[in-house]
Each structure stands twice: as structure tokens, then as C-alpha cells.
Design a binder for this molecule. Structure first.
Ligand code: ZN
Ligand code: ZN
Ligand code: FE
Length: 749
């Protein structure tokens, strides 16, 4: 196996390459290290365990004076290196101004704010050349203090000395500041009236949180809503006020010990939690932990993270316990980032506001990752990662702008061999989200100084992103099918060369097809130049269209009706009022608001509803997640029959099998497991058949359905056993947050 690591940071001229050489030699790994325009590129080959250790040791043992600002890594197929070499820096391409992400507080700065004798003791805006805000405070480039939201603060003589001294850790640290010259925090009451400034504000905020109140805290990329994670009442109140009924919320802990008391974590998860990006990491909950039940009720997982700004660190060390730290917004709206905005939008939600006078120019949500199949799979790539580029294995001939699609949206700009993905924008269905989206497009074109020769959008005629493209870019606009874009993103981040061909499996909820129906289970032969749809689920109806997304019982009924006809009216396996059943069947018969789909995501929903899980859902993929967690409790190895006819994968034998099992009182866990096994069978069989036809033995797995850890792990393992090279996501999310990368590389020409 090969591990590829791209490090951005102060890693040149500090003995980094010899250090990497020594680590690799000690572990007997083969490959190379070289300096590139942004930092260091490393490839090493060997056993997975050794590679994991290598990855972890880089962080821990790196040369004292080196600094890591970003570390994108992925595990790939072996390239066959014979030994380990320090390579000459190659191809000094055009050196573009690179804008760094916001970097978690470093150890030195942490020590200073913990030290009562230091002049920065408990100063919530402490930073240095190696840490602190970047992306979120930069208004213009070049990155100088005058072009950041620090421009209104004049450095005191002491800070100025640090800033101008070459050997100082704060030499040219643009946001350098201290108690006497920098920004400060203020506490406001629920109505936005100013209460306390500076230290008093923090003390009072801590008291409020301890008393069970909800405090909106302005962080680095926006506001969080924070409350005591062990106080059930407070958590329930937060859910009610935020209208976030069930979706799990992330918990920030003061330290790693706290996390280990609440969750079971392995080495790679610990590394991710500690990594310079400090994402939220989805881990296994420990039974009987002290976190309030409603934080992630009914879920066996928990999103955990560590403080990444001085302000969070000070708050958490005073609180000495975990807090909920969830983006401050109403469900489906972008995160709030300005005081006025926060006061009005969070009225009735927050009991107080801990704000500050360092402006956020660019909002940026927390990132989320999960370790699946011993790899770090991004769920949301935002703070800490954006706007670091994804490096392509080839060069784009013209600059490109990718508009993304609709859900969990991101945009991207591509130039040469780099694609810069935006921070998480979210679903484009509120006016606020649309504003944020359009701002981000302008922002990225300006920041990276790009005049796109090609602009790429989704095919869906109803998406705001498509309409925006049509309105603004006319002839330059190219439309790319959604699932093809998923596969392209997976190929690109896995270093597939320009002439590669893969078997692509794009399984997700919704994507507009070239036949104007809703697709979602595409098995295709794909290259960077085009794709051919080879297999897909047999189409079924979605009675009520989008309503079926929120109400999985509708899909269940459709699947049952298409399998059993009128008999499905009498079936007991669904807790649906008779009247509604009959009404929906009429709708489907008359083709009223019942679009056809081949969605794999909906199939998961429908099966979940059929076995009595979620008839209605309050957040995306909720039913599918419930089905996965149920399946994890079973060791059942069997599966349901699958019939493939003229490139259509029939769902009827599968649905019949499930109904038989329900009637025979087979435990629901086993049914859920057998269903997962069946989907894996479908993938294995389709891949085998296409390999037979074409000789292609590389399979790319993409689309939101592959956030399902059980499905991804078993599919990945079984495909490898069959001798396939399997590509999965490790740099961008498998969900629609990764679409913009696929769109950008479609401009390859
Ligand atoms: Zn620092
Ligand atoms: Zn100062
Ligand atoms: Fe998708």
C-alpha cells in the first residue's frame, strides 16, 4: 500500500526532508520526499500498520522548528518504489499566492495563555506565525495586516518588537496582538445589550453555561451555540429553540482524556482529533458515558473535537467539562458570523452572546471526518482544510469555475494542477444560503485571481446553481451529470492519470439524469472524457416527489406496490393509515406527482420504513443511518436474491425477501444486515460483469450512500478480495460537498 501526504507549512530549510528520510528508513518504507511550491510531498509504501505509524510519528516527532499548517493524506495503490529517496524539487510551476486555512492554536501559544506570568495569560486572540486565523480574516491579498480584519488595531510597542524581529516566533505574524493592543471579547444579554467586557465577559459566560444557559460564542469562522453537554435540560432546550429535533450535535471536550472517557477511539481517530485541522471526528460512543442523552439519542456514534482557538481553550479549561458546540444557525441556514446578524437571527435561541471585535470576513463551519476502513473519510471539508488545494495528477488547460449542485454545496476554482474547494456553504434553499453561495463565488474568483474559461454546473434545471450558471456564464457553461461528477471527484483525488478508465459506482439520494429522471444508483464506465451508464436500479415511483425524502414510508409503499400490486394495501408491515395508503396508490396509478427514480438512498429509506424504523425523518439520511446502526448489531451473513435484466437491477426479489422475513418474524437486525449484504452483492456482481466485458479492474465508490461505514467497509474489503483496485474518498466528501471537484476536472479537455 502507498501513503501520499501533502504537507503545507514551514517545512522547508528546517531539516524536514532528512527527518522524513530517517522515519522511512527506520520503518523500512520505500518512496520519496520532495519540496514543492506549498511545502513537502511524501509518498511511502509498505504495510498499512507501518504507514499508520509513519503518519502518526510525523506529527509527534517533526523537527522542533518546522510547522505544519495542513496535512492532506490518502492511502492509495502501490506504485512500486524500490527504495527511499530525497528527490530534487521538481517543476517550479507558477507560484500562486496560497492562502492558508485557519490553523488551530499551537503548543507555544497554548502555554502562554495558560501561564499566569505571561503577558498573554488568558488572552483569547493569542496567535503566532504558526497558528491562528487566516482564511476567515483576509479581506484582500497580499496577506498583510492592512488587508485583514486586524487593520483597525495598532500594535503596542511590545507586539511591534515581536512582529519586526526576524528571530521571533511572531515575526510578521499579521494578526499579532495582546491584551493591551488587540481585540477583546464582550458579553451581551439575550437582547444584545452589552453587559461585560474582557475577562469579566468570559467569567460571566462560563457562569451562564454552568447554570444551564445557551451562549452564542463567536469563534473563528462564525458563532457556535454552546451549552453544558452533560445537562440534559439545556441540551433539550437548545434543540427546541434551534428547531433541530434529532440530528446529533458535536461535543467539544477540554482535553483528550475527556474524549476517551466518553468514546472508544483508535490511533487514527486520536490522530485526526489532534490534527492541525482539528475537525469534528465521528467516533463510537462509550456505554454509560456522562454526556446528555439527547446529544445524539438513538445513535451509537458521537461527534467529538478539541478546542482550536485560544478563546475556546480558555472557556473549556474554566468549565472543566464538555460542551455542545453547534453552528449557530437555524437548521438549513448558513452559520451566523456578524454581531447584528447573530443578535437578530439568534433571538430567542441564545441566552447570551460572547462576541468580539475582530471581524470575520469569511464564515467557515467546522469540518467533519470519520475513520472508515482505516482511512480518514471527510464528511464535511471546511475549516482547517479550505482553501488548501486538491492537487491533480494532470494540468487543466483553462481556468475553471465549478458551481456545485444543491445539498451540502461547495464551489471550486481550478487552475493548472490545483483545484481550490470552498468552505462548506450548505443546502441552497434559503435566501441566506443563496447569498452566501453567490458571495463565495465572487470571493474565490477574486482571491485566486481567476477568469474562468469554462464554468461547470449540474444538469438539474431546477437547482439555483444551474440557473446561476445559465444567467451569468451563457456559452461558457458546461453541464455535467451529477453522478458522473461524483465519480470524477473520486478519480481525481485518487491520482488517476489522464487516460484512466474506471468502473464507477455512484450511489446517492438524488441526481438529475440525462433522461430527465431522478437517478441515484449509477454503475458506469467512466473516464475524464465521458461515461456510459451500465447498470442502475429498476426505476420506481416516489409518490409526492420531494415529500418522499422527508417521509420514507412513501418510498416503502411504492416499493411494496410495485412488487405486490393491490395486495400491498393489506400488508401489515407498514404502520400507515389505510386512507393514506389508498390515496398514494391512486396517485401512483394516475402518475400524479410521482416521479420515477433509481435512487439508492431512497431504497435505504424505504427499507428502513418497511421494517418499522423511521416513517418520517427530520434530517438528511436519518433513516439510512438508523438502518446501518441496526445492521451493525447483527452477524447475519446471508443476503437477498438479486436479478439483473437488461442493465436493470430489479428490486422486487429483494423486497419479496424482506417481506417474507418480516412475516417469519426474522429479527429486524438480521433483515437490516441482509439488506446491506445484498447491496454489496450488487456492487460485486456489477463490477465482476463489467470487468469481464471491458478488462477494467479499478472501481471508484462515490455518492452519499458511501458514508455508510458498514457498506463501505464490506464493499471495499470484498472488492479487494476479488482483485479490484478500489478508490474511495479521503480528500473530499463522498457526498455532494465533493461534487465541485468532479465538475472542475471535467474541464480537462
Ligand atoms: Zn502559535
Ligand atoms: Zn500588543
Ligand atoms: Fe450526490
Amino acid at each position: 500500500m502507498r501513503l501520499k501526504i501533502h504537507i503545507t507549512g514551514a517545512v522547508q530549510g528546517v531539516g524536514f526532508r532528512p527527518f522524513v528520510y530517517r522515519l522511512a528508513e527506520e520503518a523500512g518504507l520505500r518512496g520519496y520526499v520532495l519540496n514543492d511550491t506549498n511545502g513537502v510531498l511524501i509518498e511511502v509504501e509498505g504495510e498499512k500498520q507501518e504507514l499508520d505509524r509513519f503518519l502518526i510519528r510525523i506529527d509527534i516527532e517533526k523537527p522542533e522548528i518546522s510547522k505544519i499548517y495542513g496535512m492532506q493524506h490518502s492511502f492509495l495503490e502501490e506504485a512500486g518504489y524500490k527504495d527511499f529517496k530525497i528527490r530534487e524539487s521538481e517543476g517550479q510551476g507558477e507560484r500562486r499566492v496560497s492562502i492558508l486555512p485557519d490553523i488551530a492554536i499551537c503548543d507555544e501559544c497554548s502555554k502562554e495563555i495558560d501561564d499566569p506570568d505571561n503577558r498573554r495569560f488568558e488572552y483569547p486572540f493569542t496567535n503566532c506565525t504558526n497558528c491562528g486565523p487566516r482564511f476567515t480574516i483576509i479581506e484582500e491579498i497580499p496577506y498583510d495586516r492592512q488587508n485583514t480584519s486586524m487593520k483597525n488595531f495598532n500594535m503596542c510597542p511590545e507586539c511591534w518588537t515581536e512582529y519586526s524581529h526576524v528571530l521571533d516566533r511572531r515575526f510578521h505574524a499579521q494578526p499579532d496582538a495582546c491584551h493591551s493592543c488587540g481585540p477583546w471579547v464582550s458579553l451581551y444579554d439575550a437582547k444584545g445589550n452589552s453587559m461585560f467586557d474582557k475577562e469579566g465577559a468570559i467569567e460571566r459566560a462560563v457562569d451562564l453555561i454552568k447554570e444551564g444557559d445557551i451562549v452564542a460564542v463567536k469563534g473563528i469562522g462564525g458563532y457556535h451555540l454552546i451549552c453544558d453537554a452533560m445537562n440534559e435540560d439545556a441540551v433539550v432546550r437548545l434543540r427546541k429553540r434551534k428547531q433541530r429535533e434529532e440530528k446529533p450535535m458535536a461535543v467539544m471536550f477540554p482535553d483528550m482524556e475527556g474524549i476517551k472517557a466518553a468514546a472508544i477511539i483508535n490511533d487514527l481517530e486520536e490522530r485526526a482529533i489532534n490534527s492541525v485541522e482539528r475537525p469534528i471526528v465521528i467516533v463510537q460512543k462509550k456505554e454509560g458515558n456522562s454526556i446528555a442523552r439527547s446529544v445524539s439519542e438513538g445513535n451509537s456514534t458521537l461527534g467529538v473535537f478539541l478546542p482550536y482557538t485560544p478563546l475556546h481553550r480558555i472557556l473549556l479549561s474554566k468549565l472543566k467539562g464538555p460542551v455542545i458546540a453547534t453552528s449557530a444557525n437555524m437548521t438549513d441556514e448558513p452559520i451566523a458570523s456578524h454581531e447584528k446578524d447573530a443578535f437578530s437571527r439568534l433571538e430567542g435561541i441564545a441566552d447570551g452572546f460572547l462576541a468580539h471585535n475582530r471581524e470575520i470576513f469569511r464564515r467557515c463551519d467546522d469540518s467533519v471526518v470519520r475513520i472508515i476502513a482505516e482511512r480518514q473519510v471527510p464528511v464535511r471539508r471546511s475549516r482547517g482544510f479550505a482553501p488548501l488545494p486538491v492537487i491533480l495528477p494532470f494540468k487543466l488547460k483553462v481556468p475553471v469555475l465549478a458551481l456545485g449542485s444543491y445539498m451540502n454545496n461547495t464551489i471550486a476554482v481550478g487552475i493548472d494542477d490545483k483545484v481550490y474547494l470552498s468552505q462548506h456553504i450548505g443546502d441552497l434553499d434559503t435566501p441566506l444560503a443563496v447569498d452566501f453561495y453567490e458571495e463565495t463565488i465572487d470571493d474565490f474568483l477574486r482571491l485566486f485571481d481567476i477568469k474562468p474559461g469554462i464554468v461547470v454546473s449540474d444538469l438539474h434545471p431546477g437547482y439555483h446553481s444551474t440557473k446561476f450558471g445559465e444567467r451569468h456564464f451563457g456559452k461558457r457553461l458546461k453541464k455535467v451529470q451529477h453522478h458522473y461528477a461524483h465519480i470524477l471527484s473520486c478519480m481525481a483525488e485518487n491520482d488517476m492519470p489522464e487516460d484512466a478508465e474506471v468502473i464507477g459506482m455512484a450511489f446517492d439520494g438524488t441526481g438529475y439524469g440525462t433522461d430527465n429522471t431522478i437517478w441515484g444508483s449509477e454503475v458506469m464506465i467512466a473516464s475524464y472524457r465521458g461515461f456510459k451508464r451500465a447498470f442502475h436500479l429498476q426505476p420506481y415511483k416516489l409518490p409526492g416527489g420531494d415529500m418522499a425524502v422527508k417521509e420514507p414510508w412513501r418510498t416503502a409503499l411504492s416499493l411494496l406496490y410495485s412488487t405486490f400490486g393491490e395486495k400491498s394495501l393489506d400488508m401489515e408491515c407498514m404502520a400507515i393509515p389505510e386512507k393514506e395508503k389508498a390515496f398514494l396508490i391512486e396517485m401512483m396509478k394516475k402518475d400524479i406527482n410521482s416521479p420515477l427514480t433509481t435512487s439508492m438512498g431512497r431504497l435505504f429509506d424505504g427499507v428502513a420504513a418497511m421494517i418499522g424504523l423511521n416513517q418520517r425523518v427530520s434530517y438528511h439520511a436519518q433513516a439510512a443511518i438508523a438502518l446501518e446502526q441496526l445492521a451493525l448489531r447483527s452477524g447475519e451473513g446471508g443476503s437477498y436474491p438479486v436479478v439483473v435484466k437488461s442493465s436493470m437491477i430489479g428490486h422486487m426479489p429483494l423486497i419479496k425477501g424482506i417481506v417474507d422475513d418480516i412475516n417469519n418474524s426474522v429479527p429486524k437486525e438480521d433483515i437490516a444486515r441482509k439488506f446491506h449484504n445484498t447491496i454489496t452483492d450488487i456492487i460485486i456482481n456489477a463490477a465482476g460483469s463489467l470487468r469481464g466485458d471491458t478488462g477494467i479492474s479499478v472501481v471508484a465508490l462515490s455518492g452519499g450512500v458511501f458514508q455508510n461505514a458498514l457498506l463501505l467497509e464490506s464493499t471495499f474489503g470484498r472488492l479487494q478480495e476479488k482483485g479490484f483496485t478500489v478508490l474511495i474518498h479521503q480528500i473530499v466528501p463522498p457526498n455532494d460537498g465533493g461534487i465541485s471537484l468532479g465538475q472542475a476536472v471535467s474541464a480537462i479537455q
